[in-house]
Design a protein around this ligand. Structure first.
Ligand code: CKP
Ligand code: MG
Length: 311
């Protein structure tokens, strides 16, 4: 069976329900987030098989994470760890501006180590998907990701990398130094324009960025342009994918949704045009619903955003 493997961390989200500064008595809504698990859920909802590898706390938050991923049909390979689950605090400071704070040091997910990577499972995958977040969590997670890539490359499993630069976790120079070796060994790279310039500083504009990324080794680069859609260079061929027009409620998770749509269709053996179209559709679902992954579509729902005459 063809399946995707992702390696990462699931965080508990505490999101303020009201706008304005946090106050005593504020309502905080409990949720889950994590770029790699968002991708795994997105692929699973489209009918693909996805495995999520990580480390989760040995308490009720850890139980909740595993229960939720499994309920979404994602296979979990997760060591239980006495350290706590990472937290993400989201303060809705104004209607349009949220402030994020991470509490993710000395947590279960940040104690991921190379021994946690299941060799046979990675070697038998149809693709390995990693993001720039996991290596930013520390030495152990960084080495775990490298170990996964080592196994994948040795087994001929294509590696997909979403740059996912997080300035709250590390600086640009360190990110570039750590992610460049991973990018060189990847087959497919997803990046926004800023992330693209971070990796290939001499390039600018989607065409140049995609070309510069592919010059480093990958056979495919997808530059995500938000409301402008995406530009992809795949095996030397250029593709332009328009965005699906929707009302934007919350753009967090759009990149993961896009990657999930693309990878689900890759797993299903679909051609590039179809992969990019489904990617754009999933991005549109993510931005026009609240939550990082909760609004992602099942396959039968993909048409929802395609026709607006369903009265
Ligand atoms: O690039 P995206 O907006 O798709 O990523 C969103 C995720 O993992 C979100 O779920 C969050 O928890 C994170 O990125 C993160 O660690 O920042
Ligand atoms: Mg992203």
């Amino acid at each position: 069976q063809r399946y995707l493997v992702t390696v990462g961390e699931v965080l508990a989200v505490l999101a303020g329900s009201d706008t304005g500064p946090l106050a005593v008595g504020s309502d905080l809504r409990l949720g889950l987030a994590g770029a790699e698990s968002n991708v795994a859920v997105g692929v699973s909802r489209l009918g693909g098989s996805a495995v999520w590898v990580g480390r989760v706390s040995d308490d009720s938050l850890g139980d909740l994470i595993l229960r939720e991923l499994r309920a979404e049909g994602v296979t979990t390979v997760a060591a239980r760890d006495p350290a706590p689950t990472s937290l993400l605090l989201r303060e809705r400071r104004t209607a349009t501006h949220s402030r994020t704070r991470y509490y993710r040091t000395r947590t279960a997910g940040s104690r991921l180590s190379p021994e946690d990577i299941p060799e046979a499972l990675v070697a038998g995958a149809a693709a390995l998907h990693i993001t720039g977040i996991t290596p930013a969590l520390g030495e152990g997670p960084s080495r775990a990701v490298t170990r996964a890539v080592d196994i994948a490359v040795a087994a001929g499993v294509p590696v997909s990398l979403d740059i996912n630069y997080r300035s709250l976790l590390w600086g640009e120079a360190e990110a570039r130094r750590t992610l460049l070796p991973l990018l060189r060994r990847s087959d497919l790279v997803f990046a926004g324009p800023y992330e693209g310039r971070l990796m290939t500083p001499d390039a600018d504009g989607p065409e140049e960025l995609a070309k510069a990324v592919c010059d480093l080794g990958p056979s495919g680069a997808v530059i995500k342009l938000g409301a402008e859609g995406a530009y992809a260079l795949l095996d030397g061929r250029p593709y332009r994918q328009p965005a699906v027009p929707v009302t934007v409620l919350d753009s967090v998770g759009a990149g993961d949704a896009f990657a999930a749509g693309y990878l689900a269709e890759l797993l299903a053996g679909e051609p590039p045009e179809r992969r990019l179209r489904t990617a754009a559709l999933l991005g549109a679902f993510a931005v026009s619903t609240t939550g990082d992954w909760e609004g992602l579509p099942r396959r039968f729902e993909l048409g929802l955003l395609e026709h607006h005459d369903d009265i």
